[in-house]
Design a protein around this ligand. Structure first.
Ligand SMILES: Nc1nc2c(ncn2[C@@H]2O[C@H](COP(=O)(O)OP(=O)(O)OP(=O)(O)O)[C@@H](O)[C@H]2O)c(=O)[nH]1
Ligand SMILES: [Mg+2]
Length: 456
């Protein structure tokens, strides 16, 4: 990436819309925009202050191609930290592409995927964790995950990491000074104090590592299988949660043969649902393949929505299914509550922590189900104002840093020299610097921005 160039890209979705934004960033952004933009007030963009805008038209070869609003941002007060002009033009796919072409012809070059955010990183506007959060905000599918990603973007996680790093740096500096300059009047390193500082750092790192599971739940959702014997209403439940007819529903037992998948967002939680074939002694080959697939899904899912038909008595197939979900987080759904009830619920209640009654056909009981899922996964307890780590890169570096702090604590415990302790603390600091991007290779930076879209 050549940071001296001026780049441009369409920053909004490439489809017909009310407006589209073309973002131009780099030292020459304002000069380039002035070559094609004529303000109705005749003001030149280069004479405008940052955070101001003008209404005008875009011209190419003397031909007016669109009217637009140009907003000027002056370095360093912009998203990238560079001069930026955002041209908000009409959102037609063709007209937007023409305006972008005009910007290229005036001297800008095409931005790479994630290049605006990459420049923001190189210009110190964001650290690597905050840059990753930008992508998380864009890809968020639930209110809670946006909230959590915004916290990270605003620096909540970086602040915690910086605090841990500062405490470790403080100790490493003291240890080094004390070892390297014995003739100076440097106060002796006190083992107890060092140990307690390291223990605090380790606890904080452990808490951050623990937040990963919550981060994954909020971001990627919970893999959930809808299981039960045939005809209990699994597909009806699937359709209710999906909000449309995803699965085929009939009164014939054995309707669903294959796995039907859909990802749904319910308030603060995302469920990656799999509707499965009714589990029982299958009559034909096709059905038995479906039943095998259902059993496999049952054993791999993170959450089981186990459906029972309350208008019928409990049968052996139901009991077998109850037996196979024993060690998996499960919710018993006693369906068809609108019909005369024949099911003895006691057997179910004694096997499930969460039992809810619903009528999937009449959309009754869905809130009880959502609340039960939240209780099973303690989603309501996830503190989205407390920074969560979201990805493997962050998790593995935090674990490595924590292991080094742990090694330092062990070294102290077994009475090793302070030199050995210092080495482990410095290693932990290096991992934390890599986490925030202070010390990081180009390869890592490229990997982080690899998944970004063009225009961001
Ligand atoms: N009265 C009533 N009928 C329901 C309810 N839920 C589902 N049904 C009916 O039960 C029948 C079976 O529903 P499905 O959703 O296809 O059941 P399934 O468990 O997916 O069945 P298979 O795919 O065959 O295993 C259909 O006729 C549904 O309309 C309910 O809450 N109340
Ligand atoms: Mg079905």
């Amino acid at each position: 990436m050549d940071i001296n160039t001026t780049i441009a890209a369409i920053s909004t979705a490439k489809s017909s819309a009310g407006i589209s934004v073309i973002r131009v960033s780099g030292e020459d952004a304002i000069t380039i925009a002035d070559r094609i933009f004529k303000a109705r007030s005749n003001t030149k963009l280069c004479d405008m202050k940052g955070y101001t805008c003008a209404l005008g038209d875009i011209y190419t070869d003397g031909e007016k191609i669109d009217e637009c609003i140009a907003t000027v941002f002056r370095a360093p007060h912009s998203y990238t930290g560079e001069n930026v002009v955002e041209l908000s033009c009409h959102g037609g796919v063709y007209v937007t592409a023409r305006v972008l072409r005009a910007v290229y012809d005036a001297g800008a070059i095409a931005a790479q995927a994630g290049e605006f955010t990459k420049r923001a990183f190189f210009n110190g506007k964001l650290d690597l964790i905050e840059a990753e959060a930008v992508m998380d905000i864009i890809s968020s599918r639930s209110k809670a995950s946006v909230r959590a990603a915004l916290e990270v973007k605003d620096g909540a996680l970086s602040k915690q990491i910086d605090e841990i790093k500062a405490a470790l740096l403080n100790k490493a500096a003291h240890l080094n000074a004390w070892a390297d300059y014995p003739e100076e009047d440097i106060p002796e390193v006190e083992g107890g104090e060092l140990l307690s500082a390291l223990t605090v750092a380790e606890t904080k790192l452990k808490d951050i590592i623990k937040s990963y599971d919550n981060g994954r739940i909020l971001k990627d959702g919970i893999d959930s299988a809808i299981v039960g014997k045939p005809n209990v209403g699994k597909s009806t439940l699937m359709n209710l949660l999906a909000g449309y007819d995803k699965s085929i529903v009939t009164s014939v037992a054995g309707t669903t043969r294959d796995i039907v998948e859909e990802s749904v967002s319910l308030n603060d939680i995302i469920l990656n649902l799999s509707d499965t074939a009714g589990i029982h002694e299958a009559g034909d080959e096709i059905e038995s393949i479906g039943v095998e697939k259902a059993k496999k899904k049952l054993s791999s899912a993170s959450l089981i929505l186990c459906v029972f038909d309350s208008s019928n008595e409990l049968e052996k197939d139901d009991l077998d299914i109850i037996g196979s979900v024993k060690n998996i987080p499960s919710i018993a759904i006693i369906n068809k509550s609108d019909l005369p009830q024949k099911l003895d619920e006691e057997k179910i209640k004694s096997n499930f922590k969460e039992v809810i009654r619903m009528s999937a056909k009449n959309s009754a009981g869905i809130n009880d189900l959502i609340n039960a899922i939240k209780r099973v996964y303690a989603v309501g307890d996830i503190d989205t104002t407390h920074a969560l780590i979201y990805n493997e890169r962050q998790r593995s570096l935090t674990i490595k840093a924590r292991n080094c702090v742990h090694d330092a604590i062990e070294a102290l415990h077994i009475g090793m020299t302070f030199d050995a302790v210092t080495v482990s603390i410095e290693e932990a600091i290096n991992y934390l610097c890599e986490l925030t991007g202070e010390r990081v290779t180009d390869e890592v930076v490229d990997r982080v921005f690899h998944n970004f879209c063009v225009g961001k």
